[in-house]
Design a protein around this ligand. Structure first.
Ligand SMILES: C[S@@+](CC[C@H](N)C(=O)[O-])C[C@H]1O[C@@H](n2cnc3c(N)ncnc32)[C@H](O)[C@@H]1O
Length: 429
């Protein structure tokens, strides 16, 4: 397919997402199924245009003075795809599958409008109702933080130290564009795509099949380190899901001590068994039944609660979720977070720690949630987050997360990670 056909496909997918309010991945998959002639390269470019357009939906629409799928898809080519109006026009000449060209008035708007004049939520590319949440966490920096959430993300890999080291993984993945990640001495990063490029499918690599690495954002890797899990400890991963953090904990614990991985939704645990096997993890028991946990009450050195959340910290990777999120969903997530914290606290031993993590950048899911927990649970105290950061990320140099009233906030802008909140609460001895 030439660029015209790919652009037309992206417009159709964007239309489908908008009209049926469905996830981008579903709409792209359906398009692929009904256009089987399209190759992997075509799908990658179509996906890039769709995701770029969704990440910057408001700012592109504002500059174009139009928010329809056709115009924001063109806007995506003009921004993240680094094309000029002339180069797009030249590529579309004689392409019978190309969409209608961009209207002159749209192009004139694009060229004359300055985003600096737009309202702040548009510059931040976030739903207007979310502005106050980001402002509560980031203060005056919130627009920059929002805008950074609208940029293309890298692909981060956690080297599985149970089986490999960074040099070994890099040797295998150098052709895929992998290099050393910032912040963590052991981590690997494939930088964000440029223009109409395509990310390698690192999970198809033999090194992945051998369990040498996992795809895991640097922020998530740091969250596992901030728990201060050590070989020999007893750890409960209370919201283990597919096991991303469980695997990271097992590696820092060098397969010694014991991890109990639990999730209230049994089907979510399904992928964990193969992942544990591939990674060579031997110190983890998986529990799908809450009654299994009774024996651990008051026994755990560390209880990790990687709580359900809006995922606002991962909007770079799932920009469609940004526009589907509603205040009602946020309220539901906050309720679930309270349930998780109150369910998990009973397993912490005196002197042990409850670690609360979200991949959200909303104050009400993060430090405000912790403030409420500490008010209601005087047997817990918040642990100062700064020393925890320095201990977990000793090579961070000047890079610092935000330290709100409790815990720490990682973000694309501050720490070049996804957005994460991590807070350690100690049960009084
Ligand atoms: C953010 S996800 C976990 C991701 C996982 N830790 C990882 O690193 O791959 C949150 C998980 O919390 C689980 N969950 C929600 N409510 C829960 C509860 N009350 N008790 C335990 N788990 C719960 C969800 O089923 C979901 O799998």
């Amino acid at each position: 397919m030439r660029l015209g056909g790919r652009l037309q496909a992206a417009i159709e997918v964007l239309d489908d997402i908008e009209t049926r309010k469905r996830p981008a991945s579903d709409a792209l998959k359906d398009w692929g199924l009904s256009h089987r002639f399209a190759g992997a390269g075509d799908r990658a470019v179509i996906g890039n245009i769709v995701y770029d357009a969704l990440r910057r939906k408001l700012s592109i629409a504002w500059r174009m003075d139009s928010g329809n799928a056709h115009d924001i898809a063109y806007g995506a080519l003009l921004s993240d795809a680094e094309m000029s109006a002339e180069s797009i026009a030249a590529e579309l000449v004689d392409d019978k599958f190309a969409p209608a060209p961009l209207d002159e008035t749209r192009l004139a708007a694009w060229e004359s409008r300055d985003l600096a004049d737009a309202p702040s939520y548009i510059r931040a590319d976030v739903p207007e109702w979310c502005a106050s949440q980001l402002e509560a966490l980031f203060g005056d920096d919130w627009v920059r933080e929002g805008a950074a959430l609208a940029a293309r993300p890298p692909v981060d890999l956690r080297v599985n130290t149970l089986k490999a080291n960074r040099a070994k993984v890099l040797k295998e993945l150098v052709r895929a564009g992998a290099g050393e990640a910032p912040l963590l001495a052991g981590a690997v990063r494939v930088p964000p795509l440029r223009a109409l490029g395509r990310h390698p499918n690192v999970q198809a690599e033999p090194a992945f099949q051998k369990g040498w690495f996992e795809v895991q954002d640097l922020g998530s890797q740091i969250a596992a380190l901030v728990t201060a899990a050590q070989p020999g400890l007893q750890v409960l991963d209370y919201c283990a899901g597919a096991g991303g953090k469980t695997l990271a904990l097992a590696a820092v614990m060098e397969n010694r001590g014991q991890i109990h991985a639990f999730d209230a939704e049994k089907p979510r645990l399904a992928p964990i068994f193969d992942r544990l096997k591939r990674a060579g993890v031997r110190n983890t028991q998986v529990h799908a039944n809450p009654e299994d946990l009774v024996q651990f009450e008051g026994q755990m050195d560390i209880v990790l609660t990687d709580a359900p959340c809006t995922g606002s910290g991962t909007w770079r990777r799932r920009p469609d979720a940004k526009w589907r999120l509603s205040p009602q969903q946020l309220e539901r997530r906050e309720m679930e977070q309270r349930e998780v914290l109150n369910g998990a606290k009973r397993y912490v031993k005196p002197g042990g720690c409850l670690v609360y993590v979200t991949c959200s950048l909303f104050a009400s899911e993060n430090n405000l949630q912790v403030e409420e927990f500490l008010r209601e649970n005087p047997d817990y105290s918040g642990v100062d987050a700064k020393p925890l950061w320095h201990a977990a990320v000793p090579d961070a140099g000047d890079v610092l997360p935000i330290f709100p009233s409790h815990g720490m906030v990682l973000s694309p802008e501050r720490t070049s990670t996804d957005g994460f909140y991590i807070s350690v609460l100690q049960r009084n001895a």
